[in-house]
Ligand binder design. Sequence first.
Ligand SMILES: Cc1cc2nc3c(=O)[nH]c(=O)nc-3n(C[C@H](O)[C@H](O)[C@H](O)COP(=O)(O)OP(=O)(O)OC[C@H]3O[C@@H](n4cnc5c(N)ncnc54)[C@H](O)[C@@H]3O)c2cc1C
Length: 367
Amino acid sequence: MQTQTLIIGAGLSGLALADRLQHAKEDYLVLEARARLGGRIHTKNVTSTLGQSNDFDLGPAWFWPGQPMVASLAQRFGLNVFEQYASGDLMYEDRHGQPHRGMGFASMEGSYRMDGGLTGLIKNLTKGLPEDRLHLSTRVVAITKKPDGLEVRAITGEREWSILAQSVVLAIPPRVAMSKIAFTPALPQAAQRAFSDIATWMAGQAKIMAVYERPFWREQGLSGDAMSQKGPMVEIHDASPAQNGPYALFGFVGVPANVRLARADEIVRLARDQLVRLFGPAMQNPLSITMQDWAGEEWTATASDQTPIGYHPAYHYPPQAEGLWDGRLLFGSTEVASQFGGYIEGALVAAKDAQARLAWQRLVAAS
Ligand SMILES: Cc1cc2nc3c(=O)[nH]c(=O)nc-3n(C[C@H](O)[C@H](O)[C@H](O)COP(=O)(O)OP(=O)(O)OC[C@H]3O[C@@H](n4cnc5c(N)ncnc54)[C@H](O)[C@@H]3O)c2cc1C
């Protein structure tokens, strides 16, 4: 099998690049290791006893003013954008578990969300791609530089196959590329180190999503925002849809990844107790409560991501990747975006950057 451009990863960056190549009438293929699309964009559907249903974001949820590419994609697909719910008092929980009303400082007022969750972007991008361009449950295990292109070895179930591509875009976190793919000839040591040093944004984090029939916190004049020094959730926000239910709160978990992964059930139980302490006894019976632990996801997090970083790295295209394998091997996830690296906006910027690099490489090769 042959293709012009092989895109590894069907997260937002890989699908946005596929969308660009599709519109440019170019030849491409997308290979995705997971059985689902979206990568770090992932939602859980919950239906209330009243029959109301919504997709809740277990990965990213927000984007911000000044991020034009997400906004215009939402507009292109007719997706409803709304402001993060922030009316009412904030809560703060001290280290003894004592709640204090009106003392929190973690409001996300001014952030935008998308009705039905960010998977709306993924579903709509995919609709425009012919089915035979996209292979799910297909992990890339090796890439070999050959005289006539790059040979990509992939595994789908029991089947191992290879594709000859003129260019390969690694629309996957650079750390995941270094830990999952064998490159022949080996990449220079300094380049391998540089790529492995690029922290994958939010890969070490976990979110707990608790969904309710009614917004009990709003009914008491609370916004749903809370900070806690006791935990297990350290920062909590409203995650309900724009209108109607079911309603939800989500929290980032402040417990180290190794403990989370070993004691997930206990942490979820403690999180429910915490919601009762902060927002009252009605919180005891959610329709659904789930922990999505990204640190345990092999296609997102590596061993180096188990300790979350406490700052937002200054992401950029790594200089060691410039001109790699005659410019045929490119990086393309949000972590290498020229702007907004780490964010979903960055994933869209990375796709635009990758398309420009592909065009440049072809120009150079032809001259
Ligand atoms: C908990 C959490 C909260 C976040 N909150 C926000 C937020 O509010 N706002 C925001 O802007 N951003 C947020 N982010 C970051 C956001 O999720 C990312 O910027 C964005 O989703 C990255 O998209 P991507 O396509 O570049 O990478 P990914 O989504 O990681 O996609 C990479 C894809 O490649 C696949 N893959 C990996 N290796 C292989 C292989 N060898 N073969 C085939 N396929 C492979 C993976 O399965 C995955 O589908 C958050 C992230 C997390 C985890």
